[in-house]
Design a protein around this ligand. Sequence first.
Ligand SMILES: NC(=O)c1ccc[n+]([C@@H]2O[C@H](COP(=O)([O-])OP(=O)(O)OC[C@H]3O[C@@H](n4cnc5c(N)ncnc54)[C@H](O)[C@@H]3O)[C@@H](O)[C@H]2O)c1
Length: 318
Amino acid sequence: MASEDEATARPIVSVAVVGAGTMGRQIAALIAASGRQVRLTDAVRAVLETAPERIREELRTLPQLPRYAHHAFRLEPPADHEGLLARIGVAASAAEAVAGADLVIEAVREDLETKRTLFAELDRLAPAAILATNSSSIPSSLLASAVADPGRLLNTHFFAPVWSRPMVELMGSGETTSVTMDRVEAFARSLGIVVAKVRGDSKGFIINRVWRAVKREALRVVDEGHADPEDVDRLWMIFFGTPSGPFGIMDMVGLDVVADIETSYQRVATDPADRPSAALHAKLAEGALGEKTGRGFYSHPEPEYLQPGWLGGGVEVE
Ligand SMILES: NC(=O)c1ccc[n+]([C@@H]2O[C@H](COP(=O)([O-])OP(=O)(O)OC[C@H]3O[C@@H](n4cnc5c(N)ncnc54)[C@H](O)[C@@H]3O)[C@@H](O)[C@H]2O)c1
């Protein structure tokens, strides 16, 4: 058996991604961009069969910066898209995908029981692999009892689009070994992405937790009648120099998705004032879900905050 030092030094070479949805496809492409072979699987055959074509399309479209992102730190996939695709093997079953893998990244739907069942299966199918979940809200500590050795379990929280948000948050289960952490950290750094290690157990990790606080207060200021969404965004955009504000970003995320995330925080909130937002739920009741329905807090695809003069709120700026 390898000593702990040897195990630490052993790089992660072979990777499997389970779940070929929005995140699984992008994570697989990011890993293949590093020159590694990666195996991708999904429980739904049609999803799996169309995955290579969807990845091909996403390699073309996703690296373009969304208009709300204008930072300099981003990744370009290699120009040889076909070479990248050739490194992504489509596996018909989880067993085939994870055989011999050093690391398995789970990116299936956000449901605790689905994930626990899958991790119990992965535990059996890949007894030597590090097991990672890409969950946005389920800490790996809740999956620990599904596996025999929680020392090899952790959260690896990637972001979409991976090319313009090239970063990952790593969070242990409380029982994750330092060898597991170190190996995954070295692997993630080798992808050319920013790695942030979360200490302890934090719901929302780092950035989603900060973003949730911003959403909660932005919605509350409107619910309490102190301001309308446009003024919140206008002040935010001028104050922070960003190309959109909290309400503009919520529209891009989708107001139904925002509401689900709010509910997951409100379920564990200790502050009685942390309750569903009237402004948000009024939009849901109208079927105004943001960009995806053409209407949310703004009209889309040309939201008001992108119109000339909007930022000045009536004041002419030379
Ligand atoms: N979408 C995002 O922007 C985002 C960002 C960060 C984290 N996440 C997290 O990543 C995970 C995946 O999210 P997504 O947006 O890619 O979801 P998605 O719905 O696009 O894809 C999930 C895929 O998992 C497959 N699946 C479900 N059960 C399975 C099983 N037992 N075995 C194999 N495949 C199975 C489904 O067929 C589907 O194709 C979730 O935990 C989510 O919280 C999502």
